[in-house]
Design a protein around this ligand. Structure first.
Ligand code: AMP
Ligand code: GLY
Length: 421
């Protein structure tokens, strides 16, 4: 098969490495890809949001399977466009991808179908939103932009003034553009967070092994929220008992709700969960593999990923066994100094072996480019240094061993992946 991966991050690199394991994979393209991906796939210079040219390439090259990995092209209808052109594509269509692209949609869906989530109100008027937070007078309170905001659209306000500032910057100053036309104000929940990615064809749902993301920039969960500074799998808080509760009260009801709404979800649905004292609740849905969750979940997948993708497209997921390796995986993200705010690009990376010089490790490239045979930094998150092992401690040790061999000016990584709550 000829396969085209859409995207350019560490998640896409992990997907590509897994697809390459399949005997069915003859030729892999990635658009636009990155420096490390270029070693595993032929990179094509088409932007991830350039739907017209992506479809044209897929048709011209007779691609057998297009894998749309990032949120933006999914929400913009790249899968719909591929289908229209007769190209098989993995990922939800736009009307299903809305489960991530609109928090107002997903919150209303959960309310309508009784899926556990934080209590909330929706506002399209900043004045009314401010009156509401003043009248409720409870802190912390969570303010969320409705639309996609590069993972930055959630503000946990510790005071009423902070909440008002958040409402102002999202709705009046339009910090996230039209994504802030509507906002959700919701109850602050507590408890450990768990990420569960799940394969679904709109009929059945097969959860993958669990994972845990470390979203803050610095150790001890300090600093700003990022796209994710590291992950582990499995998540120690995701016991069999919690898993069963999530399956019955969240996963199956969500899949059924989307189908009942005429928006059957086909692809990878990401459940961002919080295990609260009152049971597991949904913090957010994503319409795609998480990044860097994919980097620890995919290495543990034993079954053929192409078979799973095809079964999902054909709505025959019930017929496929999805099997996993026991053990654990850890991913430590090496980021550019200054990320997630301002950072430099184009800095040379040294010590970069494919496995970081450590057996059982693998370095997924997130923001790199290859120039004259040298790898240079080219983004905020640069590398996802990953390892699998029998135990989490061993996996973490291998990841950090590999991290210690890789250097670039200003490199920043957390030293407590797998340790904090
Ligand atoms: P999101 O972009 O929706 O994943 O939110 C980013 C982070 O904000 C989550 O991973 C949580 O840590 C936190 N968060 C979001 N909603 C809530 C909530 N209702 N209560 C507590 N923390 C939250
Ligand atoms: N790591 C969180 C996300 O992919 O949204």
């Amino acid at each position: 098969m000829k396969i085209l991966m859409v995207g350019s991050g560490g998640r896409e690199h992990a997907l590509i490495k897994k697809l390459k394991e399949s005997p069915k994979c003859e030729k892999l393209y990635c658009a636009p890809g990155n420096g490390g991906i270029a070693k595993d796939a032929e990179c094509v210079n088409i932007g991830a949001m350039d739907i017209d040219n992506m479809v044209k390439f897929a048709v011209d090259e007779k691609i057998d399977l297009v894998f749309v990995a990032p949120d933006d092209p999914l929400a913009a209808g790249m899968v719909d466009a591929m289908q229209k052109a007769g190209v098989r594509a993995f990922g939800p269509d736009a009307k299903a991808a809305i489960i991530e692209a609109s928090k107002v949609f997903s919150k209303n869906l959960m309310k309508k179908y009784g899926i556990p989530t934080a209590k909330y109100e929706v506002f399209d008027d900043p004045k009314k939103a401010m009156e509401y937070v003043v009248a409720e007078n409870t802190t912390p309170v969570v303010v969320k932009a409705d639309g996609l905001a590069l993972g930055k659209g959630v503000i946990i306000a510790q005071t009423i003034d902070e909440a008002k500032d958040a409402i102002k910057s999202i709705m009046e100053d339009k910090q996230f553009g039209d994504s802030g036309n509507n906002i959700v104000i919701e109850e602050f929940l507590t408890g450990p967070e768990v990420s569960v990615l799940a394969f679904t064809d709109g009929k059945v749902v097969k959860p993958m092994v669990s994972s845990k993301d470390h979203k803050r920039a610095y150790d001890n969960d300090e600093g700003l929220n990022t796209g994710g500074m590291g992950t582990i799998s499995p998540n120690p808080y995701y016991t069999d008992e919690v898993a069963k509760k999530c399956y019955d009260s969240i996963f199956v009801p969500t899949i059924e709700a989307m189908s009942k709404e005429g928006r059957p979800f086909k692809g990878c649905l990401y459940f961002g969960l919080m295990i609260t004292p009152n049971g597991p609740k949904v913090i957010e849905y994503n319409a795609r593999f998480g990044d860097p969750e994919a980097q620890v979940v995919l290495p543990r997948l034993k079954s053929d990923l192409i078979d799973i993708c095809e079964a999902i497209i054909d709505e025959k997921l019930a017929d496929v066994d999805v099997e996993w390796y026991d053990g654990a995986a850890a991913c430590v993200v090496m980021a550019s100094g200054g990320y997630p705010v301002a950072y430099k690009k184009g800095i040379e990376i040294f010590g970069l072996d494919e496995n970081g010089g450590v057996d059982g490790a693998v370095v997924y490239h997130a923001g790199t480019k290859l120039e004259n045979g040298k790898f240079l930094t080219n983004g905020g998150r640069v590398l996802g240094v990953t390892a699998i092992a029998d135990t989490l401690d061993e996996a973490l040790k291998k990841s950090y061993d590999a991290v210690s061999k890789i250097t670039f000016d200003g490199a920043h990584y957390r030293t407590d992946i797998g340790k904090t709550k």
